[in-house]
Design a protein around this ligand. Structure first.
Ligand SMILES: N[C@@H](CCC(=O)N[C@@H](CS)C(=O)NCC(=O)O)C(=O)O
Length: 320
């Protein structure tokens, strides 16, 4: 009997990505609600690096990072595919959009967290991102990002179908104007009509209360902190290319191991290194106090790589 456990927290859109994927595949699982202000030993044990939900535990093995978990689910239970066919190019496109959406989320957090000029800037940036998805992602001929069926990239984007509205209402600022984003509006309707999505969606009023409360507590700190964010002009990344190379030329898989759990671990570390680029750039670009801080952050990253990533192993891509 398989054991599938999901550590989550109800308002988390990252967590819903996993819930939807499991529901679409019809996988039974046990859901464990985490209190993120008082994290359980289980969460700290299973995700010692980020200490974040969601974490999927499959037969005792933990997998973290929602996009890595989605790939794991797809490989472990290939029926009702989330990446719709065997065409490496279609797969690459699905991964491209999943990554694009994932990378742009900080912009929407900045939108939610900032005030005044910062917020105006964040609103513009967030609209630009939505416009890219409107123009290039959800075309007229496609019901979903992945084609006719809801797929991995759609699950990644799912948060705009409810959470974004909660943020907008809590702030009193609208991003998704129907006249400017007709395709995205149609996409939201299509997405919400999928039974597994519709039946597993947080309550609208609860979300609104949650975002209003969050905004109130944030405003206490808002003036103290500067929230900065960066929009990357180039859309390609090393991780995406590595995945494509492995998909196109599967012989002698140089990058990803065969075992789904080991693949998830390898993808986790690839993503971790990719995500930390910013820290190294700061270390390189800054001076004085800022550089001291960047130095500490970089040391922490190196320590995580040393202790959690390598340990006694020779390379990151192997288990022993
Ligand atoms: N990149 C992560 C993000 C997960 C994430 O940010 N989770 C939040 C909840 S929405 C969390 O656990 N926060 C706890 C914390 O930051 O301490 C993913 O895709 O899984």
């Amino acid at each position: 009997m398989e054991e599938v456990k999901l550590l989550g927290a109800w308002p988390s859109p990252f967590c819903y990505r996993i819930i939807w994927a499991l529901k679409l595949k019809g996988i039974d699982y046990e859901y464990v609600e985490e209190d993120l202000f008082n994290k359980s030993d289980l969460l700290l044990h299973y995700n010692p690096i980020h200490k974040k939900i969601p974490v999927l535990v499959h037969n005792g093995k933990p997998i973290s990072e929602s996009t890595v978990i989605l790939e794991y689910i797809e490989e472990t239970w290939p029926h009702n595919p989330l990446i719709s066919n065997d065409d490496p190019y279609e797969k690459a496109k699905a991964r491209f959009w999943t990554k694009f959406i994932d990378e742009k989320e900080p912009i929407f957090f900045a939108f939610f967290q900032s005030v005044g000029e910062e917020q105006e800037k964040a609103t513009k940036e967030a609209k630009k991102v939505l416009k890219v998805i409107e123009d290039y992602g959800v075309g007229e001929s496609r019901k979903f990002l992945g084609g006719e069926k809801v797929g991995m990239a759609d699950l990644a984007l799912g948060w705009i179908s409810g959470w974004l509205e909660g943020m907008e209402e809590a702030l009193g600022v609208k991003l998704l104007e129907p006249q400017s984003f007709p395709m995205l509006m149609a996409w939201i309707k299509n997405f919400r009509d999928v039974p597994q999505i519709r039946d597993n969606f947080p309550d609208r009023d609860q979300l609104l209360i949650y975002f209003k409360g969050l905004r109130e507590s944030l405003t206490l700190y808002i003036r103290k902190f500067q929230f900065s964010f960066m929009v990357e002009n180039h859309l390609q990344s090393l991780l995406l290319f590595l995945n494509i190379i492995d998909e196109m030329w599967p012989q002698n898989p140089l990058l990803l191991p065969d075992d789904p759990n080991e693949r998830a671990i390898a993808r986790f570390w690839m993503k971790y290194v990719d995500d930390q680029r910013e820290q190294f750039l700061r270390f390189w670009k800054t001076t004085g106090e800022e550089q001291e801080k960047a130095t500490r952050d970089v040391r922490n990253v190196l320590r995580v790589l040393e202790e959690n990533g390598l340990g006694d192993k020779k390379f990151f891509g192997v288990t022993t």
